[in-house]
Write a protein that binds this ligand. Sequence first.
Ligand SMILES: Cc1cc2nc3c(=O)[nH]c(=O)nc-3n(C[C@H](O)[C@H](O)[C@H](O)COP(=O)(O)OP(=O)(O)OC[C@H]3O[C@@H](n4cnc5c(N)ncnc54)[C@H](O)[C@@H]3O)c2cc1C
Length: 322
Amino acid sequence: MSKLIVFCEHQNQNLKRSSIELLQFGKSKNFEVVGVVLGAEGQKAAEQATANGASEVLFFNDVKLNGYNPELYLAALEAGIKQSGARHVLAPASSAGKDVFPRLAARLDSSIASDCVALTVEGDTLIAKKPLYAGKAFAQVNLKDSPVQIVLMRANQLPVATAGSANPGAVKIVALPAVDLKAILKEVVKGASEKLDLTEANVIVSGGRGLKEAGNFKMLEDMANVLGATVGASRAVVDSGWVSHSMQVGQTGKTVAPTLYIAVGISGAIQHLAGMTGSKVIVAINNDPNAPIFQKATYGIVGDLFEIVPKLTEEFKKLLHK
Ligand SMILES: Cc1cc2nc3c(=O)[nH]c(=O)nc-3n(C[C@H](O)[C@H](O)[C@H](O)COP(=O)(O)OP(=O)(O)OC[C@H]3O[C@@H](n4cnc5c(N)ncnc54)[C@H](O)[C@@H]3O)c2cc1C
């Protein structure tokens, strides 16, 4: 059985869904799965990794890894891969993943496929599918001739089954190698929202210029609270200063793939679509029947969002909180 190592990201001490998907994928394909957990806040996540398919977890229990520092992450991940002897590496295509793994690939002289939306295994080779030209085309990437194969997967692309029971005995504490740091992380300023990050969210309610002004985002927050959703936005409203850039979905924002994406007052420009067409069900609310978003929508509601959104929120409340 060959070894596959998974970079296990965690947030608020819990393993992120994106990492759970990768651990379970490795296990389902009969790999011997090794998890790597970074940071002293990762104890619980390390145990959760054992419940989701990892037969061993390398836990770098070090406060210096609590915030993202590329030099330290690079050193820890390189040490983890070398120690495990794994030839296959899976990681979430998160901000940290997309920053550190290309560096690691250069160091290990290995191939890498980033931002992938599907993954299969043939023999000993990972075969990944990744979008090109903002989703207009797809490439099938075969990583076979590389000493180490690295694939970065977008979240919500692989199924997740119920976790088994944790095995704290499989968690091995590993020391961070000494690094001659060129930069020191002094502070991480967290966004105000405690909501799940857009890239991890299962339901997203996104707003565009059709909302007319910043204050009207409150309507979307109300709907999101009822649905347990995260609020996203188009670039037009981010550029207008209504909401923060961390909420932007699209080519120059975040790529999301929730089960349900509700686009409210968003026209559906190609750069917006590039970030959300991986959503399983898309609902568009727009008063222009010719808005391009309807070409991609599973369900379209033509009408005034100021009438429709409050009514829908009321109905969701009745359905979900009876
Ligand atoms: C290089 C580049 C990168 C870009 N990256 C991104 C990106 O990452 N993400 C992104 O989103 N955009 C991006 N853009 C911008 C993109 O081209 C669009 O300008 C932007 O997505 C439009 O945002 P919008 O849909 O909110 O606004 P608009 O296009 O103005 O659409 C508003 C919609 O609201 C509808 N509407 C108005 N009033 C109501 C009402 N009362 N009820 C219902 N519907 C109503 C209108 O019919 C319209 O369809 C990028 C552009 C460039 C050039």
